[in-house]
Design a protein around this ligand. Structure first.
Ligand code: LRH
Length: 494
């Protein structure tokens, strides 16, 4: 079957990267060509993605790739839910909003009578997050721009459009809009109609693996890649790509894709759309080959990244290694938070928000950065355990192992504490699961890998993985969990 090189463009909330992957029998080798910052910009009317800087970063990355020779194809993935609107000439209308923009808080209240969150869930199976595309659109449609909008493109589809001129909606990412029917696997004409949105805004769906065109002449010229270089549709939702690259060799596994967000859940054959599942806020996002990612968003490394931003600005930058060592030496279970508290979502002074949460729940704020890091990581480990247990209950499954992939898999404390808290072994890695999933989808489209389990076996056989066995202090975790439960009730009671 030979060997080929593919390029993955993988844009995350903190950085973008262009990575090449060489794939052959028993071979899967990654090389990073370019990495660049992703710095959102606050304009008077809200928080925006600097989409031109992102596009330029990816072009520069592809030019690095072009220097080393041609590639068999290119694939693009990014975070979910965000989009650009094109006018009738195909021009981008304004700069895409960032999902952490404040316009989204309260957007759910704009839902019309008879089409509330229950009705949405029954069709889309999507967890309620204030920034789901559907809520962003309800806010967007009160603007002058809206009148001119003819086509909605999710972020990776927009970037593919700029590379190739082609227009389409990649299906795994379309499933995060809230306007997609989890059962039929198509746009939900019913929801789009009931919300009074134009059906024509939503382009035809594309499956991962489908061709998405070839580089436009000016892109080929800039990057030095051959004119006919194909762009392949990948699982363009980064989480879908990451889960496709989970190195699972047994059927009953749970996963945590841990980066800015921790996405914790199970892979299922069909959606769970029960009222119980809605109340527990589990999502049914579409994966490769019609699989369902049954998971919840947990606030993830965002908490730590935002703390570090504040400490850096205050002139006390501590390297991650030093912080983690201090965390390891701090007092266990001194303070616990619910990472999903709404106060943690927007960018801002995270240590101050953690303090406010702790004071509100009768706890004492940490006195050192290491104390905060310990609080965040223990609280994340607890949230991982809580979420995976509930997912297993609701889906009637019994996972025997947790695969923790993404940048968070490098964090040994988090991996060990996730194992300890949950009582399950954790296999950590690969850290670049998303880029691997992107590349493997392209390799499969080119006939170098056969199916999802073949992709996973190749990852398991070629990438560095670490194993963590649960240690016997589970009672401590149970007690910490009980404290969170009590605090939830107290907060709810006022
Ligand atoms: C992770 C992710 C996640 C979405 C969020 C917007 O990068 O794609 O799956 O919920 O970003």
């Amino acid at each position: 079957a030979g060997e080929a090189v593919f390029a993955a463009v993988d844009l995350g909330a903190t950085s973008g990267r262009v990575i090449t992957g060489r794939v052959g029998p028993g071979k899967l080798e990654l090389a990073e060509a370019h990495r660049f910052a992703n710095t959102p910009v606050r304009l008077p009317d809200g928080l925006r993605w600097d989409v031109l800087a992102l596009y330029q970063g990816m072009l520069d990355g592809l030019r690095e790739v072009g220097r080393t020779g041609p590639v068999a194809s290119i694939g693009v993935d990014t975070w979910a839910v965000d989009y650009g609107l094109l006018d009738g000439d195909g021009a981008l209308l304004g700069l895409p909003f960032h999902y952490r923009d404040a316009r989204n808080s309260g957007a759910a209240e704009r839902l019309p009578d008879g089409c509330g969150v229950r009705e949405l869930y029954a069709v889309s199976g999507l967890q309620h997050l204030p920034f789901n595309t559907v809520f962003q659109l309800l806010a967007h449609r009160t603007t002058a721009q809206w009148e001119a909008a003819r086509t909605l493109l999710l972020m990776p589809d927009l970037l593919v459009h700029w590379l190739t001129g082609s227009v389409g909606a990649e299906i795994t990412n379309a499933s995060t809009t809230g306007l997609f029917d989890a059962r039929s696997g198509d746009w939900s004409d019913a929801l789009i109609g009931r919300l009074g949105l134009e059906r024509a805004l939503f382009p035809p769906l594309r499956e991962p693996g489908a061709p998405a065109g070839t580089l436009l002449p000016h892109v080929a010229e800039y990057t030095g890649l051959p004119g006919g270089t194909p762009v392949t549709t990948v699982a363009s939702h980064d989480t879908a790509s990451a889960v496709a690259a989970v190195p699972a060799t047994e059927a009953d596994f749970a996963y945590i894709s841990c980066g800015t967000w921790s996405l914790a859940g199970l892979e299922l054959d069909g959606p769970v759309l029960s009222e119980e599942s809605r109340a527990a806020n589990f999502t049914n996002e579409r994966g490769v080959d019609g699989t369902i990612r049954y998971l919840r968003n947990i606030m993830g490394m965002w908490l730590l990244e935002e703390c570090r931003r504040v400490w850096e600005r205050a002139g006390a930058p501590l390297g991650l290694g030093g912080l983690l060592a201090d965390a390891a030496g701090s007092r266990p279970f001194a303070a616990v938070i619910d990472p999903d508290d709404a106060s943690f979502l927007a960018p801002g002074d995270m240590p101050a928000r953690i303090d406010a949460y702790l004071l509100r729940t009768g706890q004492t704020p940490p006195r050192t950065p290491g104390g905060y890091v310990r609080c965040v990581l223990e609280s994340l480990a607890l949230a991982h355990r809580r979420t995976l247990r509930r997912a297993a209950e609701l889906a009637g499954r019994d996972p025997v192992r947790i695969h923790l992939v993404g940048g968070g898999s490098r964090n040994e404390l988090l991996c060990q504490w996730t194992a300890d808290a949950s009582g399950l072994p954790v296999t950590a890695g690969p850290a670049e699961a998303t880029a691997l999933g992107n590349i493997l989808l392209q390799a499969r489209a080119h006939g170098l890998v056969d199916d999802l389990s073949g992709m996973r076996r190749l990852v398991a056989g070629t990438q560095d993985l670490r194993h963590y066995e649960p240690r016997g202090n589970r009672r401590d975790w149970d007690r910490a969990e009980d404290r969170i439960g009590l605090r939830h009730d107290q907060a709810a009671a006022g």
